[in-house]
Design a binder for this molecule. Sequence first.
Ligand code: URA
Ligand code: URA
Length: 199
Amino acid sequence: MKKEDLMAVIEGRIAQCQMCPLGLLRKNTVPGEGNLYSPILFVGEGPGEEEDNQGRPFVGKAGQLLTKILESVNIAREDVYIANMVKCRPPNNRVPTSLEIQSCSQYLLAQIEVINPRMIVPLGSTALNFFLGEDQQITKVRGREFIWKGNIIIFPMFHPSYLLRNPSKEKGSPKDLTWQDIKKVRKYYDDFMHGDTQK
Ligand code: URA
Ligand code: URA
């Protein structure tokens, strides 16, 4: 089957899902969107209000900032794939529970199999802790490279909501560090597109 068809099957399962309590509260499921052939997959936490309304990831305030961060290095949203740990909005944007993350992770793992990315960028703690374990701290590991499941690079970055709460652009601020990180993502992207096997 083609990637498009495989992803459509996953999206269909998500649209029907009642595996956790978030299924009762959603307006729309938010499976994710973007280029199924992208070497890079971005993973956030979960849909907010605007995402729930539209059924699309990262379209609210934080999403607009993520779009700007990508565009600052000439990456369009459509060039990469953007998904979340959970596909339904947690009430009042609370952090998803470990049960919600566990039951929903089957969908993300299936999406990763279809996309087969070279690199995953966890945005913020929730995605970071899923990929690299509960003891990891985003402030310590962002901008560093880890290997997951033998061959996928994990490159954590701050969540854009965190940047909205910390608007300083001073040297060493979260925004300044994110600027450095996204420039590295751009380099990885170019290397992946040109078929290099190393960074
Ligand atoms: N925050 C997230 O983590 N994901 C979204 O899709 C939007 C905001
Ligand atoms: N805490 C988070 O959850 N995410 C960040 O990006 C930074 C701090």
